[in-house]
Design a protein around this ligand. Structure first.
Ligand code: HEC
Length: 201
């Protein structure tokens, strides 16, 4: 009888331990799924004249895509650039969860030169110096079109701040007319589209 009782207790203990373990695992899983919720959204910073500060950590943003030799002109370019697009990580988390570019989203385009013939490579090209650093920022309060475009020049003469390109210039027209989603060229970023589980229309 006594032996029976202790066995029952032992089972009760085991059961409660398992329930606790499951609850902890569930909570951890939920926290992991909501990833990014606890992180305060990083927003663009402007100076008193409305110029955008080039964020200190833009080179550590999340890589979303690359293009090789994409050119916007009819004539083929004299040399191909290798472009890299990165996205501010808290806006990236938001996009991956919701498929939306939230207000304050920042993307940077690094236009890089390419080189070849470096040992041990026999073929192919790789990215080299930065010719241009351009930012796109979603900020309806500042720009009627929703997004503002900034040119920080190249690595050799990088600007710490930049004023938005004047509304109606070529940056706005091309992005509004040809980008697949909300001014962003998602059609050239399959990595980002796949991560967010969205299809490009
Ligand atoms: C004729 C079309 C065209 C014009 C003009 C243009 N862009 Fe773009 N932009 C593109 C394309 C295409 C991409 C896709 C990435 C690439 O080219 O490697 C892009 C990507 C970008 C990105 C990365 C985020 C995104 O929206 O996809 C930024 C930032 C950007 N451009 C800034 C600028 C700025 C600043 C200007 C004006 C100085 C400008 N662009 C003018 C076509 C254009």
């Amino acid at each position: 009888m006594r032996r029976q009782l202790s066995r029952t207790r032992w089972f009760a203990f085991l059961l409660s331990a398992m329930v606790t373990a499951l609850a902890v695992a569930g909570a951890t899983h939920l926290a992991a799924q909501s990833g990014g919720d606890d992180t305060a959204p990083v927003m663009p910073r402007y100076d008193a004249d409305g110029a955008l500060h080039l964020p200190d950590d833009y080179l550590r943003w999340t890589f979303v895509g690359a293009s090789l030799g994409l050119s916007y002109n009819d004539e083929p370019p004299q040399r191909e650039s290798f472009n890299h697009t990165l996205m501010e990580p808290t806006a990236y988390d938001h996009f991956v969860r919701t498929g939306e570019f939230r207000e304050g989203t920042m993307l940077v385009l690094l236009v890089r030169n390419t080189e070849a013939d470096a040992m041990p490579a026999r073929h192919g090209r790789f990215a080299s110096d930065v010719l241009a650093v351009e930012l796109a920022v979603k900020d309806k309060e500042r720009v009627e079109a929703g997004w503002a475009y900034y040119d920080f020049r190249g690595a050799a003469n990088l600007l710490p701040t930049a004023q938005p390109q004047p509304p109606g210039n070529r940056c706005y027209a091309c992005h509004i007319d040809h980008a697949a989603r909300d001014n962003v060229f998602l059609q050239f970023y399959p990595l980002l589209a796949d991560a967010a589980g969205v299809t490009v229309d």
